[in-house]
Ligand binder design. Structure first.
Ligand code: FES
Length: 100
């Protein structure tokens, strides 16, 4: 039986890419399919993986304590999440800011 997957739509610099993600997996897995999404510390410490959740916020795992602490300290917008801390349980649309 094939594992359930969800479409994850990623937007960056006016481009869009849709990649499948298995139900319940962490967004870190997307790093191998999408060079737009970068990871470094993977423990809610650096912020390089921040994304804006444009659709499907209800399909993400709730913020971990380290993620909530980091986002609060950074005065992050309500739609911002740290991809390294999130698991997906449904379709998502994520926007990746261009910090370069
Ligand atoms: S990779 Fe550093 S906060 Fe997510």
């Amino acid at each position: 039986m094939a594992a359930e997957t969800h479409p994850i739509t990623l937007r960056f610099r006016g481009h869009t890419k849709v990649v499948p993600l298995r139900h319940g997996l962490g967004l870190q897995v997307l790093g191998k399919d999408c060079e737009w999404l970068e990871f470094d510390c993977r423990k809610a410490d650096c912020g390089i993986c921040i994304v804006r959740v444009k659709e499907g916020a209800e399909n993400l795992s709730p913020p971990t304590v380290p993620e909530a602490d980091f986002l609060k300290a950074m005065h992050a917008a309500p739609d911002e999440r740290l991809a390294c801390q999130c698991r997906a349980f449904g379709p998502l649309t994520l926007e990746i800011d261009d910090y370069t």
